[in-house]
Design a protein around this ligand. Structure first.
Ligand code: BG6
Length: 470
């Protein structure tokens, strides 16, 4: 179900923060590799002249790495700016003139969500929606009802197959690799089920605080910011059935089937935390009960996963930045290698590192050298970047696919609505989140959600240090 390749990229919000931090550097990288060379038409409410726009692009690119002047010069030469208000029909009329030679447009909306529908409607009124796709950033809706409303408004302008909803986690290569690991190897599939897996833990932790995003973050919180979107997408890749073909639609069908089977979250399976000092952040409401940490236990009501807890935890101001999946297998049925009263050996673990190091670690048991029959845990690790070479940034995949028309790594209407349904009951709680110290692992109470009463350490692959949590 791939769509046509766009021959012009229209970038709404080209002068904004998101464009500066992520979109423009990715476009530069794609240009450097010669992969994307289409004209870029920026649209913004701005008085900048071309020199100011070019300086903005140069600064954005310089912030992430060295500049190849020849590449930048070509990128600037094919970038132009249409200035105007998104609520003004004249802006779209001018845009229409600007892109009159294009045969298919990719409209990329790097703007606040309140503008998504306004821009889609402006494009439609100006005749710019017929031969085009719409690419919208997150957050998509604030809850199930608002996501549905937004879908209805966007569908009046663009059909579903021409709406690409960005979730940059779907553009991360190690996230895409979850499916490859699962379905290109035969090793995992026979044990990837309730008969062999005791629990699945997904940890996404960040060291930084909400910084200058206080007023945005305070209306959002951890569950909306990263669990409803990024981490439920990761969970879907981990738990879905094999797609029936290599087509993007087959993959999307399995994802939505999986998310439909995830039981709506129960308040008893939630622990929320807030780091000390959050309330002093500019933009945060006095006495705010927004969480900056959340641990959530979910269950998938299907034949493969019934009764296996999927525990997700995420938060700001924690000791490390990492995203890791830990699959804990069941223990062997009997102790054959030790005295009957010896401690039971730990279960095998399969650790899937996503960031900062993509990789895989199998925690196996082996016989300790010596006369005694004692088992010892040994990690067997591979770091994918060391083994395979460095990976591209998520936004490079997002932009390239948006232009190419490949919907595989975007979120569909139905997966997003299922994700909002799952987290619905745990959003907007008015109870006070448990305070935690910046630099700690969050509230102690979150331990009760981990099946063994304690989360496994967040580690790194390939023999790196294991970063211990309590
Ligand atoms: C964004 C969230 O979607 O993802 C941020 O709004 C979060 O709060 C970020 O920090 C994490 O992305 P990454 O790619 O750094 O893991």
């Amino acid at each position: 179900m791939s769509g046509p390749r766009a021959d012009t990229l229209v970038l709404f919000g080209i002068t904004g923060d998101l464009a500066r931090k992520l979109v423009l550097p990715a476009l530069y990288q794609l240009a450097a590799r010669g992969e994307v060379t289409v004209p870029i038409v920026g649209v913004a409410l701005s008085t900048w002249n071309d020199d100011e726009l070019h300086q903005h692009i140069r600064d954005a690119v310089a912030a992430v790495g060295p500049i190849d002047e020849a590449v930048l010069a070509k990128l600037l030469a094919r970038t132009s700016l249409v200035r105007g208000d998104y609520a003004d029909a004249a802006t779209f009329a001018e845009l229409a003139q600007h892109v009159s030679g294009a045969s298919f447009l990719a409209h990329y909306l790097a703007v606040p969500p309140s503008l998504f529908a306004i821009i889609a409607e402006g494009l439609t009124a100006a005749g710019l929606a017929g031969h085009a796709r719409l690419v919208v950033e997150k957050p998509f809706g604030h809850d199930l009802a608002s996501a549905r409303d937004l879908n209805v408004r966007l569908h009046r302008c663009f059909p579903e197959e021409r709406i690409f909803r960005v979730d940059h986690y779907l553009g991360k290569e190690p996230v895409q690799d979850l499916l490859v690991l699962r379905f290109a190897n035969l090793l995992f599939e026979p044990i990837w089920n309730r008969y062999h897996v005791n629990s699945v833990q997904i940890t996404m932790v960040e060291t930084y605080d909400v910084a200058d995003r206080g007023s945005f973050y305070d209306t959002v919180g951890t569950i909306r910011d990263v669990i409803q979107n990024h981490l439920l997408q990761v969970m879907a890749y981990l738990a879905m059935e094999p797609p029936s073909s290599a087509l993007a639609q087959a993959e999307r069908d399995e994802k939505v089937k999986l998310l439909s089977a995830v039981r709506t979250a129960d308040l008893a399976d939630l622990v929320r935390g807030q780091y000390t000092g959050y309330l002093d952040t500019p933009g945060v409401r006095p006495g705010s009960t927004t969480e900056t940490f959340a641990a959530l236990r979910l269950f998938v009501d299907n034949w493969r996963w019934a009764d296996v807890p999927f525990v997700i935890r995420a938060g700001k101001c924690l000791p490390v930045k990492a995203l890791e999946v830990l699959v804990e297998l069941r223990r062997p049925p009997a102790m054959l290698f030790a005295a009957a009263d010896a401690d039971r050996p730990p279960p095998n673990l399969i650790r899937l590192g996503i960031q900062p190091h993509a990789g895989l670690t199998l925690h196996l048991l082996a016989k300790q050298p010596g006369a005694a029959e004692v088992t010892r845990e040994i990690p067997v690790s591979v770091d994918f970047s060391q083994a395979l070479g460095s990976m591209q940034e998520a936004y490079e995949h997002v932009l390239a696919s948006a232009i190419e028309g490949d919907p595989r790594h975007f979120a569909s209407e139905d997966t997003l609505e299922q994700a909002w349904r799952i987290v619905g009951p745990v959003l907007d709680r008015s109870d006070t989140p448990v305070p935690y110290q910046p630099g700690s692992w969050g509230p102690e109470q979150a331990n009760r959600l981990a099946p063994s009463g304690c989360w496994y350490p967040v580690g790194v692959t390939a023999g790196g240090p294991v970063l211990t949590t309590r």
